[in-house]
Design a protein around this ligand. Structure first.
Ligand code: NAP
Length: 307
């Protein structure tokens, strides 16, 4: 089945939505891209940048004639969008999303997708701390994983077509269950963001003099946490509200390990500290070996942070 769609409707034109538009223009995958954005400002920018051929105030108008619909709004907004577009989705169309949590998307969106269409939840594991329609770029998905979580009974040929589409944009594909996705991402993405937000908040609560020193000497590690903590507050609020159980499970484990470290520091147990740090270093080496980052001292990110 060809991975070429007649018309893609991108609903929500922020970092991920605009990157999909750029990537399709560069690598193919559709003859036409139309979009919907909530604000007039974003709609104006989308046309100005040539991201879409047409932009609509209403998601309902955007999905007319589309054989691929991609929900790219914050997780908390997707249910209402799905409810609005449900009656207008074309027969045979694929409806997918890019949300960072899959259980909540299935809960909120699946009931609104008509039987004559195919709903396949998805999540490109690619992003930056930037947001909005100007932040996207065509190479965002290059060599990054895209996880699809097809629901039981989904037509295999349809899933393969969507996989093919993401591969054209540069992604490597993995498939897993909705529940497993949410548990894995709680550890690899959601917990690190929570720790970064909390570390930065702790520094912000320090007395003024110490705080200015934190900024001055931030290259000691703090700077890298602030990059993660600069991520979009709406998106991350929605992630934690919608992946509660998995995040609390991973947070519990994290706090047990942290208590163990606290105890090792208190009792001068250098061996425990050394062993844990050595294990952590091995994981970092594994990530570099898997091509998920580079060993460059700046983490291989270019100055525009588009890495
Ligand atoms: P973003 O840059 O903040 O863009 C969000 C877009 O959604 C904006 O175009 C916004 O419209 C629109 N929107 C917000 N509320 C809406 C509503 N009620 N109805 C319709 N549109 C609405 O966010 P993003 O980073 O692209 O994230 C979008 C999705 O991708 C999220 O579900 C997130 O979990 C997922 N994701 C993000 C990353 C990442 O690193 N950022 C990575 C993978 C997946 P206006 O501009 O008009 O306000």
């Amino acid at each position: 089945m060809s991975a070429e769609f007649e018309r893609i409707a991108v609903l929500g034109i922020g970092l991920i939505g605009s990157s999909i538009c750029h990537a399709v223009k560069k690598f193919g995958g559709a003859k036409d891209i139309v979009g919907h954005a909530k604000s007039a400002e974003t709609r104006k920018i989308a046309l100005e940048l040539g991201l879409v051929s047409k932009v609509f105030d209403s998601p309902v108008d955007a999905v007319k004639g589309a054989d691929l619909v991609i929900l790219c709004a914050p997780i908390g907004a997707c249910g209402a969008i799905a409810a609005a577009i449900g009656p207008t989705i074309e027969p045979g169309a694929i409806v997918t999303d890019v949300g960072s949590v899959k259980g909540a998307i299935v809960r909120d969106c699946a009931p609104h997708i008509p039987k004559h269409a195919h709903f396949i939840p998805g999540h490109p594991i690619a992003g930056t701390e930037q947001s909005g329609p100007r932040s996207g770029f065509a190479d965002l998905f290059q060599n990054r994983w895209c996880i699809l979580t097809p629901l039981p009974g989904t037509d295999e040929a349809i899933v393969a077509k969507l996989e093919n589409f993401w591969q054209r944009l540069g992604s490597k594909i993995d498939r897993m269950s909705v529940e497993h996705h949410d548990l894995v991402l709680a550890m690899t993405s959601h917990l690190p963001h929570l720790i970064a937000y909390n570390s930065v908040a702790t520094a912000a609560d320090l007395e003024e003099v110490t705080q200015s020193e934190v900024v001055k000497f931030s290259a000691g590690g703090f700077r890298d946490l602030t990059r993660i903590a600069a991520s979009d507050p709406t998106m991350w609020r929605d992630v934690f509200l919608n992946n509660k159980e998995a995040v609390l499970e991973m947070l519990g484990r994290f706090m047990e390990e942290l208590s163990m470290l606290q105890r090792a520091i208190r009792w001068g147990d250098g061996e425990t500290l050394f062993n844990l740090f050595t294990r952590a270093r091995e994981i970092r080496k594994g990530i570099i070996a898997a091509g998920q980052d580079t060993a460059a001292p700046d983490f291989g990110r270019d100055p525009s942070h588009k890495g």
